[in-house]
Design a protein around this ligand. Structure first.
Ligand SMILES: NC(=O)c1ccc[n+]([C@@H]2O[C@H](COP(=O)([O-])OP(=O)(O)OC[C@H]3O[C@@H](n4cnc5c(N)ncnc54)[C@H](OP(=O)(O)O)[C@@H]3O)[C@@H](O)[C@H]2O)c1
Length: 298
């Protein structure tokens, strides 16, 4: 199968999410330019029994880029945007679309500080993918993205047409992004306890989680998200129904001693709460603990 489009597509940040998107494009004969930090010859995606190898090499020096791309997928962690901005500067022109494959609800605001000339498309990334010890990436679900229903998003949808990444152009994008954020915010508790999903079967943790989610819901609604009263319990139910040993990327980062995406996943609730004069007593305790766990000192 081959896509009929002829766009230059680049992936900045060929990690778990970046490798997955690179592989679905490569499968249809549309291999993207790979821009990373660690030199490698190729990327490997493991999907069940299938191995998909995306040929490289991974470019590691933005100076070597001689032309702009039509579409850039930015898939670094939010803590890595500053360094990755060097790639965006050389890859983007006024017509370039930058699709941000990151968690959070502030993707536009964060990139706005770099004065890039392209058009930025935020996304909700719904699929889990995990880097293995050998550097390959294991895909753990159907590949699916939600994007706002805009002209720039249609460029992304067109590039992924015919691949097995389904793209939903959502009229209620902001509500979807906030719903995913609430889920991500709760996962921050796992980074603090160093425990997997089993911890949510404790009655005290379930109470704390619901109190935190109510706080998050108030802030999300003040930001315009349309989320019902049932959302906190639904999110807690999901964590409780998950296998007891299910991990989450913020816990994996904590276990590896890497910086945590605490600000876009948890700090945002307190920050946006302050803007709307909404008290955030749970965040006021959680956020400094997550920040210190991530960034020290000590
Ligand atoms: N993984 C998931 O299941 C999942 C699901 C939903 C949303 N997300 C979100 O998606 C985003 C990406 O997550 P991820 O799990 O894919 O992260 P990741 O596996 O850590 O991938 C990040 C990649 O960016 C590379 N990188 C770091 N600095 C760079 C730079 N200056 N220039 C170019 N590349 C650079 C890293 O290189 P190195 O190899 O050198 O570290 C790595 O390959 C995060 O916001 C995450 O929260 C992840």
């Amino acid at each position: 199968m081959s896509t009929e489009i002829n766009m230059v597509v680049a992936i900045v940040g060929p990690g778990a999410i970046g490798t997955t998107v690179a592989a679905v494009l490569h499968e249809v004969g549309h291999t993207p330019l790979l821009c990373g930090r660690t030199p490698r010859d190729h990327l490997t995606l493991q999907d069940g029994d299938r191995l998909i190898t995306v040929p490289g090499p991974i470019q590691t020096n933005p100076i070597q880029i001689t032309r702009t791309a039509d579409l850039v997928f930015l898939a670094v962690k939010s803590t890595q945007i500053g360094a990755a901005a060097e790639w965006l500067k050389v890859l983007t022109g006024p017509e370039t679309v930058i699709c941000v494959l990151q968690n959070g609800v502030e993707q536009l605001d964060r990139l706005a500080t770099y004065s890039l000339s392209g058009q930025i498309v935020p996304s909700v990334v719904w699929f889990p993918a995990q880097t293995q010890s050998d550097g390959s990436v294991r895909l753990r679900g159907d590949v699916r993205l939600s994007l706002p229903d805009t002209t720039a998003s249609r460029v992304v949808a067109k590039a992924l047409q015919g691949t097995r990444c389904s793209v939903d152009l959502a009229a209620n994008f902001s509500s979807l992004a906030w719903r995913k954020l609430l889920q991500n915010a709760v996962a921050g508790l796992m980074a603090l306890t160093h425990r997997r999903s089993g911890m949510f079967s404790r009655a005290d943790i379930a109470r704390l989680t619901l109190a935190y989610l109510q706080e998050c819901l108030s802030v999300a609604r003040a930001e315009g998200a349309e989320l019902g009263d049932e959302v906190p319990q639904e999110i807690l139910d999901k964590f409780q129904a998950a296998p007891a040993d299910m991990s989450t990327s913020i816990l994996t980062d904590r276990e590896a001693g890497r910086p945590l995406e605490w600000d876009i996943r948890n700090g945002v609730i307190a920050r946006r709460g302050r803007v709307h004069s909404i008290p955030t007593p749970v965040s006021d305790i959680l956020v400094p603990l997550l920040a210190a766990a991530s960034d020290g000192p000590g």
